[in-house]
Every structure is written in structure tokens, then in C-alpha cells.
Design a protein around this ligand. Structure first.
Ligand code: ADP
Ligand SMILES: O=C(O)C[C@@H](O)[C@H](O)C(=O)COP(=O)(O)O
Length: 330
């Protein structure tokens, strides 16, 4: 018997969102569409430039978004990540606890990490993350019992940007392997592939059972230019692959088969959290009796819905009837 469908390990962050023109990114010399790590001073400088614009605060963090998605579909999930002993941390914690997510963290002395998310008219999100307290996550925070009680663990690649957090990620994977628990891993961002291509390949050929990556990450990983070729090459080494292709949809690879999943047409407002939502819905599906193809369709519907609104967390949740309809697709 397991208690959790998915146990997530990641950076605990709160997003501060603003809508900006392209000129603001140019003026601030920001790389569009990716996540850049910044210190407190740089994040403050960027936020100061947004003076007068409405800023929206919402709980974020990549793996945390995924774990929230699992819970919102009705799955059972748990999370570990470090917050600070402040209002921002309490806000993050409450958001998860209200959804019944098991989270038991000792707050750190540092302020809770924040991510400034600048959304442009083309629905792209440019993220500046100040990791704050989340860097204090260590291998000692990983609870073996929680992992033992899960069907899957989900580890975000962003953890590999720090020594402590990377050790926590490895500890979680080691424990999952020890207890025969499946391991899902997200490549997180193209910059990580450039930073640690060989290490990611070691994970894919080693402990990882399910890899999530987007098109740019897959191309960078494999050196292939065609998405299907990328997916096949990764699947030669990983049991399962979910390769997302933005508005074009995704490819799910399982058991030697490729399941192309169509994208759902929506008016894109903000792509923040699209990949996170996709992963949450797919993980919910496969841990709750859906086939890989059905879970892929649920993931496509869910991520399109999150793209059609502001923020990484769904404003309009999926009803039981909607989930059942997608579960019965053949
Ligand atoms: N413009 C869009 N319209 C509809 N669905 C989208 C759109 N952008 C992304 N999605 C959905 O979100 C998933 C993840 O998006 P993608 O951009 O590939 O990942 P990431 O956000 O990790 O870069 C896609 O596979 C797709 O299902
Ligand atoms: O983890 C981060 O640095 C940013 C998160 O706070 C943000 O909510 C996020 O992960 C967005 O996800 P994505 O757009 O699916 O990459």
C-alpha cells in the first residue's frame, strides 16, 4: 500500500508576476523565455523597474507546481523544499496544506525564495529566481519513510544548481531506488542541459524511469533536430519519456511505442508553469490507472488550460466529470 501518488523534491518559491513589454526585457538585458538565477539585489533592481504595474503573488516552484497539480486532480501528493520563517513562506505552506499536500519542513533562517516572472505579449515567461531559503535543502531533509510510501518521486533539475540541493536530489533518488519506487525527473530548463549534459545522460541511463523535457532541452540533449528522433533516442535509454512541444503538443514514449499527443488550441496568455502542469497531470494519470496515452491527453488539456490564464496554478480546476471523460479515451 502506498500513501502518495507522487512525492516531489524541489525549490520552494513564490512567484511575483508582472506583464511587461519586450522593451523592458531589452532594457534590463534579460534572456527571454528562460530562468536565470539572480541575487537579492538584482531581483530588487528588476522589481523596482516594474514600479506602478500590478504585481501578482502566487505560490510557485517547478516541482511544487507539479505536486499541486497532482493534488488538484484528486491525487495524493507530498513535497519537500525549504521555506524561510516569514510571511512569504507561510503563504507558500498554506497554499499546499489547503490542498491536503503532506509537507513537513523546518523553516530556514533565510527569507523564502522568490521568482520574478515577467510575462510578455507573446505569452512567454522570463524568470529571475532568487533562491533564498530553498538552497538550504540538504540530503538530511529527505525522509526515507515518505519515499517508501510513494508510487513515484519527482525531482526537478533546478536542484542541480546548488551542491546541497543536488545532494538532496541524489539522496531522494538513491532512497527511491533502494525501495523500488519509480523516479521521474524534469530537465527544467535548457541552461541546465548546457551546464550538465553528461550528468543528465547518466541519470537517464541510470535511475530515471520517466524523463520530462521540452523540445529545446531534448534537441540540446540529443543533438537531433527532429522531435521524434529526440524522443526515440532518449527512449533507447529511459523507460518512459514525455517530450513537450509547446502549442504543437507532446510525444509520450512508453514500451517502445510513441504516442503523439495533439496540443489543445487556446489563446495563450501566459506559458508559466505549462511544463509543470503537464508533468503533474501525466503523473496523476499514470498513478491512477490511466494508460500513457490517456494521461498524455489529460496533460495536454491541463497545460493548455494553464497557458490560457495568468500564473502557474489553475484558476478553473478540472471537474471529476472532465477527468473521467479524458480517462475513458481509447
Ligand atoms: N500555446 C500553447 N497552447 C496550448 N498548449 C500549450 C501551449 N504552450 C504549451 N502548451 C502545453 O504545455 C505543454 C508544455 O509546454 P512546453 O512549452 O513544451 O514546456 P515548458 O513550459 O516546460 O517549456 C505542451 O506540451 C502543451 O501541451
Ligand atoms: O522554479 C522556478 O525557478 C520558477 C517557478 O517558480 C515557476 O513557477 C515555474 O517553475 C514555471 O514553470 P515552467 O514555466 O513550466 O518552467
Amino acid at each position: 500500500m502506498t500513501d502518495f501518488d507522487v512525492f516531489g523534491v524541489g525549490n520552494a518559491l513564490v512567484d511575483i508576476q508582472a506583464t511587461v513589454e519586450d522593451a523592458v526585457l531589452t532594457e534590463l538585458v534579460l534572456d527571454k523565455g528562460i530562468m536565470t538565477l539572480v541575487d537579492d539585489a538584482r531581483q530588487r533592481e528588476v522589481l523596482a523597474k516594474l514600479d506602478g504595474r500590478p504585481l501578482n503573488r502566487c505560490a510557485g516552484g517547478s516541482a511544487a507546481n507539479t505536486i499541486v497539480a497532482v493534488a488538484e486532480f484528486g491525487g495524493k501528493s507530498a513535497f519537500v523544499g525549504k521555506i524561510g520563517n516569514d510571511d512569504v513562506g507561510k503563504f507558500f505552506l498554506k497554499d499546499m496544506q489547503d490542498l491536503g499536500i503532506s509537507i513537513d519542513v523546518e523553516p530556514a533562517g533565510e527569507p523564502t525564495g522568490t521568482c520574478a516572472v515577467l510575462i510578455t505579449e507573446d505569452a512567454q515567461r522570463t524568470m529571475l529566481t532568487n533562491l533564498g531559503a530553498s538552497v538550504t535543502l540538504t540530503e538530511h531533509d529527505i525522509d526515507e519513510e515518505m519515499i517508501k510510501r510513494s508510487k513515484y518521486i519527482y525531482v526537478e533539475g533546478y536542484l542541480f544548481t546548488g551542491e546541497n540541493t543536488k545532494a538532496a536530489a541524489y539522496r531522494a533518488m538513491d532512497l527511491a531506488q533502494k525501495h523500488g519506487i519509480k523516479i521521474a525527473f524534469t530537465a527544467s530548463d535548457p541552461f541546465l542541459i548546457n551546464m550538465m549534459r553528461d550528468e543528465i545522460w547518466e541519470l537517464i541511463t541510470g535511475p530515471v524511469d520517466l524523463l520530462f523535457c521540452n523540445e529545446e532541452e531534448a534537441k540540446s540533449l540529443t543533438g537531433e533536430s527532429d522531435a521524434i528522433a529526440c524522443a526515440k533516442m532518449i527512449h533507447d535509454h529511459a523507460e518512459n519519456v514525455a517530450l513537450t512541444l509547446g502549442e504543437k503538443g507532446s510525444i509520450v514514449m512508453h514500451g517502445g511505442e510513441a504516442f503523439p499527443i495533439e496540443g489543445v488550441q487556446v489563446k495563450a496568455i501566459d506559458t508559466t508553469g505549462a511544463g509543470d502542469m503537464y508533468a503533474g497531470a501525466l503523473l496523476y494519470g499514470i498513478t491512477n490507472g490511466m494508460s500513457w496515452r490517456q494521461a498524455g491527453h489529460l496533460a495536454s488539456e491541463a497545460s493548455a488550460r494553464v497557458v490560457s490564464q495568468l500564473g502557474a496554478r489553475l484558476e478553473r480546476k478540472f471537474t471529476k466529470a472532465e477527468i473521467e471523460a479524458l480517462s475513458s479515451l481509447s
